[in-house]
Design a protein around this ligand. Structure first.
Ligand code: ATP
Length: 233
């Protein structure tokens, strides 16, 4: 469904991603883990066309999407929830959700807002509130809800649990699991390696811009090197 081969991305002279390859098959939840600065966010930005690719290719549904912009990709069902959420702070929750449907012109948009409210009752309670006045966890819910409004086939999630309280972290991972079970293919970037691998079918470990390990999520969870480096053992 999504395949990256030999991806290189640089910021000026700094090589952030150095020849990374990874694949997400239809219906999978794949976790990409790694330390701060490993190049995970840069990889997602390269996929969504917000950071130029120096070398390598990115295929989505069997075709190269290298060089395509975010708008075209959202229309094709490839949708990212960025780190730091990026909600429209001076718009209400409902308005933010409707913005997520900007590439659609069908008649089911209102019904989809209700589906998002069913997934996140908290957003329904606060639907007229300005996004900027909500907690970090609520904004993460909103960012995910907004992405769902685009009816994604593949959802790219960049550190959805970052900076959230333990209860909120539980809720967010529960919803990621739900979204996956509803048939959405997911690429999950996380520093919370343990939780991310527990949910995933497969995983990749990124270190200094390179993929250094890959495999079934359970095997990675039990791998002594992963346990020592990322699970605090
Ligand atoms: P984090 O968990 O902190 O987001 P990450 O694995 O997502 O880490 P990236 O954000 O992709 O890592 O960063 C990879 C490398 O690229 C780092 O060395 C970082 O300092 C550098 N980098 C990221 N963004 C920029 C930028 N806009 N300009 C210059 N260097 C950057």
């Amino acid at each position: 469904m999504l395949k990256i081969s030999g991806l290189r991305v640089a910021y000026g002279g700094i090589q952030a991603v150095k020849g990374a390859s990874l694949e997400v098959r239809q219906g999978e939840l794949v976790s990409l883990i790694g330390a701060n600065g490993a190049g995970k966010t840069t990889t997602l930005k390269a996929i969504t066309g917000t950071q130029p690719v120096a070398e390598g290719d990115i295929e989505y549904q069997g075709k190269s999407i290298r060089g395509q912009g975010a708008w075209d990709l959202v229309k094709q069902g490839l949708v990212m929830v960025p780190e730091g959420r990026g909600t429209f702070t001076r718009m209400s929750i409902t308005e933010n959700l409707l913005m997520g449907a900007f590439t659609r012109n069908d008649k089911e948009i209102d019904a989809d807002v209700e589906k998002v409210f069913a997934l996140f009752p908290r957003l329904k309670e606060r639907r007229n509130q300005l996004a900027g006045t909500m907690s970090g966890g609520e904004q993460q819910m909103l960012a995910m809800g907004r992405a769902l409004m685009a009816r994604p086939k593949v959802l790219l999630l960049d550190e959805p649990s970052m900076g959230l309280s333990p209860i909120m972290v539980d809720k967010i991972f529960e919803v990621v699991d739900d979204i996956h079970k509803q048939g959405v293919t997911v690429l999950l970037v996380e520093q919370n390696a343990s939780r991310a691998l527990q949910l995933a079918n497969r995983g990749y470990v990124m270190e200094s811009g390179e993929i250094t390990m890959e495999g079934e999520a359970k095997a990675l969870l039990n791998d002594p090197k992963v346990r020592a480096a990322y699970l605090g053992e």
